[in-house]
Design a binder for this molecule. Structure first.
Ligand SMILES: [Zn+2]
Length: 430
């Protein structure tokens, strides 16, 4: 079961603990899993490097052939107490099962993240994520309870009713998406005489969207609402609902789950393991150390992260800290440099006088590529006579920020399509 002192455990003691947990997990997998059939008999954290990766596509195929849980289910039906389905942002949703032990560990490990983010017994926290099927609803609700807070289950919708509930029930904290406060303040303005600070919230626990490692975004929200803003909820439902969270000292995430998930960093293209030390950037690969229902070995998370610290944080926690750089789905290679579409977008968004921020990245052929090819829209007021200047400025910024050559073509404002669903910024041409 989870280690009571995990949050302050030193590196050597943590390694010993992880080696023990991995050996037990391995014996369980070899006895129970129809998916991991050719695992070596002996295992260690180092020997794990020779074991093949598991990819999301493997899990999808496995669930298609053996619904609902796939052949990687290792628990019997009568041991499974909860069934979730992921939202399926890229492709079909996946089914997740928990045994009672999986559910207890998920709650206890997630509660660490919530406490690191500042949630305390005595807080009344309103949980405003969708309770339908996915883990953000009921599982995160139970995580908030495990942190010792009083949880008010609200879900999504009925924002006006939420405002009344917050005031009437003495709610002190809110758990929601980072984009929700914008809607909340609109309803406050249009339907009440209240200001955001009148709600009396002291803490906002966010997750599920990017942007929270941006100090300006976080401070802007804090100034408006008077609450502390924390990303309390970095996770992958296939691995663990909450793997990382911010504390009050840093906008980096702490990896809070090292006694139940072993994290590796690998070079995204070669798959070679990288040292887990400050400054290293690589794809996160996770192996369950204690999982009964759907244990995974060397699961490629597709999140590329940079390690920012490994010694104790100012909060006292010894967990390594990291920032999410991008997704391997959005990554391409330009003359040896791994480039993320998110990084290109950030550079273009940094030139608002010249460019609207709307863009497409064109990838011709399988790569690697000689340069980043970008079509970017001009800012609304920019005359056509200045498009060449805007292109040159963007190329220069991209070269300096990313370290790769860029070729930017500037198009008139609104030349690129708009959509109300997720835009694909990368266009691949055969
Ligand atoms: Zn900390």
């Amino acid at each position: 079961m989870l280690h009571p002192d995990i949050e302050t455990l030193g590196a050597a003691a943590l390694r010993t603990l992880q080696e023990e947990c991995l050996r037990d997990q391995w014996a369980y997998l070899r006895a129970r899993s129809a998916f991991y059939t050719d695992l070596p008999e002996q295992i260690s954290l180092d020997a794990l490097q020779a074991v093949p990766f598991t990819d999301k596509e493997d899990l999808r195929a496995s669930q298609a052939s053996a619904p609902p849980f796939g052949t990687y289910v290792a628990a019997r039906d009568d041991e499974i107490i909860r069934l979730h389905r992921t939202s399926g942002m890229s492709g079909r949703g996946m089914n997740l099962g928990y045994t009672a032990r999986d559910a207890a560990i998920t709650a206890a490990a997630g509660a660490r993240g919530m406490r690191a983010a500042g949630l305390r017994p005595g807080d009344r926290v309103v949980h405003c994520l969708n309770y339908q099927l996915w883990t953000g609803g009921v599982t995160d609700h139970l995580i908030l309870e495990a942190a010792g807070a009083t949880v008010v289950p609200f879900g999504t919708g009925n924002t006006r009713g939420l405002i009344d509930a917050i005031r009437e029930l003495g709610v002190t904290a809110i758990s929601c998406t980072p984009s929700y406060p914008a809607l909340l303040s609109k309803v406050l303005r249009e339907e009440t005489d209240l200001q955001p600070r009148d709600l009396g919230l002291r803490l906002a626990l966010f997750g599920g969207e990017a942007g929270l490692d941006n100090d300006a975004f976080r401070r802007g929200l804090e100034d408006t609402w008077g609450f502390a803003v924390r990303n309390a909820n970095f996770g992958l439902s296939e691995v663990l609902s909450i793997l990382g969270s911010q504390c009050e000292h840093t906008t980096d995430l702490h990896f809070n789950a090292a006694d139940t998930v072993f994290a590796e960093l690998v070079e995204p293209v070669s798959g070679e393991r990288l040292p887990l030390e400050a400054g290293t950037t690589g794809e996160l690969v996770c192996t369950h150390l204690e999982r009964e229902c759907q244990p995974l070995v060397r699961y490629r998370c597709r999140d590329v992260v940079t390690i920012t610290g490994t010694g104790p944080c100012d909060c006292g926690r010894t967990a390594f800290r990291f920032r999410v750089v991008g997704r391997t789905d959005d990554m391409f290679n330009v003359r040896g440099v791994n480039v993320f579409s998110t990084a290109v977008r950030a550079v273009v968004a940094g030139l608002p006088d010249l460019l609207s921020g709307h863009l497409r990245i064109d990838l011709r052929g399988p790569g690697p590529y000689d340069r980043i090819e970008v079509r970017a829209e001009a800012a609304p007021a920019l005359p056509a006579g200045r498009f060449a200047e805007a292109a040159a400025a963007a190329e220069d910024r991209l070269k300096r920020a990313i370290g790769a050559a860029a070729a930017v073509v500037v198009l008139p404002y609104e030349a690129l399509g708009r959509t109300d669903h997720k835009t694909s910024y990368v266009e691949r041409h055969p």
